[in-house]
Design a binder for this molecule. Structure first.
Ligand SMILES: C[S@@+](CC[C@H](N)C(=O)[O-])C[C@H]1O[C@@H](n2cnc3c(N)ncnc32)[C@H](O)[C@@H]1O
Length: 322
């Protein structure tokens, strides 16, 4: 049945014509051979089967957003919450192969919530060196009556070699409104810029991220995937931890966020997804990215705070002299 959407709802839809047009772009697991080229591809299949076909040391950066230890329905594929030990064994099952796909100087980010994070930490630490943990403050969902509403997620940052990995902090600076506009003795702004649109400071990011909203229906990046990650979040990971033309690999591709952002930022990509409909989401988003490299919240090479879209638009127009 076709879902009725409000007029301003920009959630991606897939039609039968889209499926016909996009089908050939998706690699079916059963069609993989020794000659298959995985560059800039979406693979439809079970990671546990596909992974043995992916060459070792293939990726400069691996982004992993696995099913969390929660009961969730991914378009018919039901994932059930389990005890910690069972969840850890599930992680081990694929992580022991996936980590081999990282280049010796490569980096990895792994997403999780509070319930999954201890098991994730143990499994990642067996194979890689953990460098940091990012806390993403995300706002979504109703409050709970008998518990604290979960408002955060972890993103573990790990590398193969802590003495040899790429990290470009200059590419992920933030533009923040100045709360206390201190001035120098000669009345000049101290580390901030005054403009008609307000006073701003360009700052280096910390491992606490409170500037990123979950995709919602009025955003063009939104799909019907139940746990889609924001493009802005993945843009930070990819810019900081990969060079242009690097290979970004996502073994749980979902709606395609990692591949789409990699493409928009001039990187190569490869993703595996078990659900065919989500492979279509990914390919349709990748098709749109042929001509549109916009990432909401990342404008003129800086990341903006939440709820600053009107100001961003004014400044962008000015910078293009419109
Ligand atoms: C948390 S979601 C990833 C969402 C993604 N980061 C995005 O932005 O859309 C996990 C995805 O892994 C897929 N998945 C689960 N088990 C899988 C498996 N064994 N092989 C490949 N994909 C799998 C699910 O269908 C789901 O789309």
């Amino acid at each position: 049945m076709k879902t009725q959407r409000a007029e301003r709802n920009r959630t991606l839809t897939i039609t039968d014509l889209d499926r016909i047009r996009l089908k050939d772009r998706i690699i079916e697991y059963t069609n993989i051979s020794a000659d298959t080229d995985f560059l800039d591809k979406t693979i439809h299949g079970d990671l546990l089967q596909v992974i043995k076909n992916i060459p070792d040391r293939f990726a400069d950066l691996i982004i992993i957003d696995p099913p969390y230890n929660l009961s969730k329905n991914f378009n018919g594929l039901k994932f059930s919450a389990s005890d910690d030990q069972t969840y850890e064994s599930y992680l081990e099952l694929w992580f022991s192969d996936v980590h081999r796909k990282l280049k010796p100087n490569g980096s990895m980010y792994v997403c999780g919530d509070w319930k999954s994070t201890a098991a994730l930490h143990r499994v990642i630490s067996r194979y890689l060196t953990i460098i940091n943990r990012i806390t993403w403050q995300r706002e979504k969902g109703r409050g709970a009556l008998n518990n604290w509403k979960n408002g955060m997620e972890d993103i573990w940052f790990a590398v193969n070699d802590p003495k040899d990995y790429f990290f470009d902090v200059e590419s992920v600076k933030m533009k923040r409104k100045v709360i206390a506009p201190y001035k120098t003795d000669d009345k000049q702004p101290k580390d901030w810029i005054a403009s008609h649109e307000g006073n701003f400071r360009i700052t280096y990011p910390s491992n606490f991220w409170d500037d990123i909203s979950i995709p919602f229906w009025s955003m063009p990046e939104n799909t019907d995937h139940p746990t889609q990650k924001p493009e802005k979040l993945y843009a930070k990971l990819i810019l900081a931890s990969s060079r242009p033309n690097a290979m970004i690999f996502d073994p749980f591709l979902g709606s395609g966020t990692a591949s789409v952002v990699a493409k928009k930022l001039g990187r190569h990509y490869c993703g595996i997804e078990i659900n065919e409909e989500y492979c279509y989401f990914a390919e349709k988003r990748l098709e749109t990215a042929d001509n549109n490299h916009e990432i909401q919240g990342y404008v003129n090479n800086v990341f903006w705070e939440r709820n600053t879209l009107p100001i961003q638009r004014v400044i962008e127009k000015k910078s293009r002299n419109i």
